[in-house]
Design a protein around this ligand. Structure first.
Ligand SMILES: O=C(O)CCC(=O)C(=O)O
Ligand SMILES: [Fe+2]
Length: 199
């Protein structure tokens, strides 16, 4: 894969949205694996914070997550983790980010789900450097909701923003500590993989 446009965007504006980053056939198989694990009841309510500060906050976010795990990954999930690893190496080569690992989870927002405006960097740790989100919604249409609202000026939560439609195969990358973002209420079940490259 050619990651140059992604690296240029991260070095410049600091964020990018890439429609059809994953070919449809592959994105669909990832989505199917996600749906199967959901049906098997393997997801948990997502929390806010980390460690002993982790709390369920229905006023802040209403998604359910399942952490990716190479040991338990199906074929599609493994293929995704391989692409992520290639991207990690490319970012380290091109941008000298010194990223050591990736942590990611499937996320499902049932109808009515949202995630209020936030930054992806936890208090007291700088470890999450780059956020990567892959959307898995087949046939997403305006009106389905669940757009990602991202404020496009670093550290700014009031100014210019863009809305990203969570369409099957779209990838969003941004510098985790710099960009305020929010998931608008979903009107239909919304699926994705969200992950972070860490130092
Ligand atoms: O799914 C999205 O569009 C964003 C999710 C998010 O912001 C997060 O999980 O931290
Ligand atoms: Fe986030």
């Amino acid at each position: 894969m050619n990651f140059d446009p992604l690296l240029d965007a991260l070095a410049g504006p600091g964020w990018i949205s890439v429609p059809d980053f994953l070919p449809d056939t592959m994105a669909r198989t990832v989505a199917t694996e996600c749906a199967v694990r959901w049906d098997e009841g393997e997801f948990q309510r997502a929390g806010v914070g980390r460690g002993t500060g982790l709390a369920i906050r229905e006023d802040v976010r209403r998604d359910h997550v399942l952490w990716l795990d190479r040991e338990q990954a199906g074929r599609a999930q493994t293929a995704w983790l391989d692409i992520i690893e290639e991207l990690r190496v490319a970012m380290n080569r091109g941008l000298f980010l010194g990223l050591r690992e990736y942590e990611g989870h499937f996320a499902i927002y049932p109808a009515g789900g949202f995630y209020k405006a936030h930054l992806d960097r936890h208090e007291n740790t700088q470890a999450r450097i780059i956020t990567a989100i892959l959307y898995l919604n087949d046939g997403w249409q305006p009106g389905d909701g669940g757009e990602l609202k991202i404020w496009t000026t670093p550290d700014d939560k009031d100014g210019a923003f863009e809305l990203v439609e969570p369409r099957m195969g779209t990838l969003v990358l941004f510098r985790a500590g710099d960009f305020w973002h929010e998931v608008l209420p979903a009107n239909k079940t919304r699926m994705s993989i969200t992950g972070w490259f860490r130092i």
